[in-house]
Design a protein around this ligand. Structure first.
Ligand code: FAD
Ligand code: MLT
Ligand code: ZN
Length: 476
């Protein structure tokens, strides 16, 4: 179990008793209270299969009221609870560490377009991102968020992690597009902040407390998301780029030539791509040391084509690329995106993934991957870099056949010290969760962490909501 590998001590919470199960079965119905160890397995293990808890109970509410009743009861009884969406989180935040009850949003799947604002969708937390996006198609809208886990992750999980993804550079993050939300606090109180107003300066903007707080301050039950119009013209291009300096120049030219239509600017190195080929049998149609994957979203294909042509001509003229593929055909675009989006899956197949998600200035961005290659032992299978170049977000990944503590100590805290020296962030988008909580001080000063802890104590005095997550074990 996780607690052994990470030497963490169980909090002073109650242990689940038969009478608690009786209460939950009475509140929900017995199909929505899972206690069979076989059924519980998938809720106890994270997507990376690197952390595991031993919860004896999963609850599946359908309504905010049910969530509220569950939390009120758990707070009175001092039972710890982990909110869980699609369980695709990458920092061990979504699974129990010990025997916490799992509150799954799986059955909270309703949504509607707001009556007040036709560009706003009001969705229950358990809506799967891709399903929601597909359903919005008929309204000519799209969710302004796209990530590789879209087929499984829930919108409530996305909001609770402030998920980034591949289109942040165009549509910004969820602090911008979530106009309002509803959440249930640890004691069952329903926080109703489900505003659909574009502007609202009446009082503290408390919704932001729940965006990115990873289930430690409340259970997000509904969200009001400002959607974007679905683009009429989409283009994707994969470019072969010889070195990182050229890659940065490609990005600059893209900003200048594509301007407002650029919707993604991703990158991958050849080690990432080799891993995808080895483990998933997928590979790009062009070969290179580095790849840029760009996308445009626009409303007028003639206008967009002209811009894309101007961009391609300039990067070719300046000798920044050695090859490239450009397409607007949906199936071909999908194939190009697949390589980038399935890298996490390809890495996972190699055994244990040491996964990092840092914000770094460009001057120090790819250098760390090269430094790490020299630091790591030969037992490492893959050491690679990819990520959201347009957001200064590097995904640095290492794999070994099995978990190897010596590899971990070569990476941590070295990488975090490097990140701090560069004034970056130890988490650009995945969050802190369980795995990174004791490294928080590399990104936040003691006064900041103290204020976080005070906020937690105010909203959840018994500390029952997602314990052992986000906040460090000690206050500096
Ligand atoms: P979970 O994994 O179930 O939970 C994540 C955290 O949120 C946990 O701390 C949990 O307790 C909390 N939580 C979940 N639901 C609620 C709720 N309703 N109320 C309160 N707390 C809640 N992340 C990115 O940012 N960008 C990416 O590009 C990206 N790509 C990914 C690609 C793959 C293949 C995978 C596997 C993951 C990727 N992720 C990415 C990470 C992950 O998908 C996101 O963090 C996602 O937002 C998690 O959603 P989820 O529903 O799976 O949440
Ligand atoms: C991605 O951008 O692919 C995700 O954040 C997952 C990962 O970092 O592997
Ligand atoms: Zn990412």
């Amino acid at each position: 179990y996780t607690s052994k590998r990470y030497s963490v001590k169980r909090g002073d919470f109650s242990c689940l008793e038969d009478r608690d199960i009786v209460f939950f079965k009475h509140l929900l119905d017995k199909n929505r209270v899972l206690t069979d160890p076989f059924d519980l397995e998938k809720y106890n293990v994270d997507w990376l299969k690197t952390v595991r808890g031993k919860s004896a109970c999963v609850l599946k509410p359908r309504t905010t009221k049910e969530v509220s009743e569950i939390m009120r009861y758990c707070n009175e009884k001092k039972l710890a609870v982990v909110p869980q969406g699609g369980n695709t989180g990458l920092v061990g935040g979504s699974v129990p560490v010990f025997d916490e009850i799992v509150l799954s949003t799986e059955l909270m799947t309703r949504f509607r377009i707001s009556e007040n604002n036709p560009a706003v969708v009001i969705a229950q937390a358990g809506c799967v991102l891709e399903k929601l996006d597909t359903a919005l198609n008929q309204h000519n809208l799209m969710v302004p968020l796209d990530l590789g886990a879209k087929g499984s992750c829930h919108i409530g999980g996305n909001v609770s992690t402030n998920a980034g993804g591949v289109r942040v550079l165009r549509y910004r993050n969820l602090h911008g597009s979530v106009l309002g939300l509803e959440a249930v606090l640890a004691d069952g109180t329903i926080f109703n902040g489900l505003s659909t107003n574009l502007k609202d300066n009446s009082g503290y903007d408390l919704r932001h407390l729940f965006i990115g707080s990873e289930g430690t301050l409340g259970v997000v039950t509904r969200v009001a998301i400002l959607c974007s119009l679905r683009p009429k013209s989409v283009t994707t291009c994969l470019l072969a780029v010889p070195d990182f300096e050229s890659l940065l120049k490609v990005f600059v030219v893209a900003k200048q030539r594509l301007g407002e239509i650029m919707s993604a600017c991703e990158f991958m190195d050849s080690d990432s791509v080799a891993c995808a080929k080895r483990n998933l049998g997928i590979e790009p149609p062009i070969q290179s040391r580095l790849y840029a994957l760009l996308e445009t979203h626009g409303m007028d294909s003639n206008h967009d084509e002209e811009k894309v042509d101007g961009f391609i001509n300039q990067v070719m003229k300046e000798g920044l690329i050695t090859d490239g593929i450009l397409t607007s055909e949906p199936s071909k675009m999908k194939k190009l995106w697949e390589i980038r989006e399935r890298l996490a899956e390809a890495l996972r197949k190699e055994g244990y993934t040491y996964k990092y998600d840092v914000s770094l200035p460009f001057a120090s961005f790819y250098k760390i991957v090269e430094v790490m290659r020299k630091r790591l032992p030969k037992t490492v299978i893959t050491c690679c870099g990819y990520g959201h170049l347009g957001d200064n977000n590097l995904h640095f990944n290492v794999t070994t056949k099995e978990f190897d503590p010596t590899v971990l100590t070569r990476i941590e805290p070295f990488l975090y010290e490097y990140t701090k020296r560069c004034f970056g962030s130890i988490s650009a988008e995945h969050g802190i969760g369980f795995k990174k909580r004791n490294y928080l001080y590399y990104s936040k000063n003691p006064a900041f962490v103290h204020m976080m802890a005070e906020t937690k104590r105010t909203l959840d005095p018994n500390g029952i909501l997602n314990p052992y997550k986000v906040l460090p074990d000690f206050e500096a």
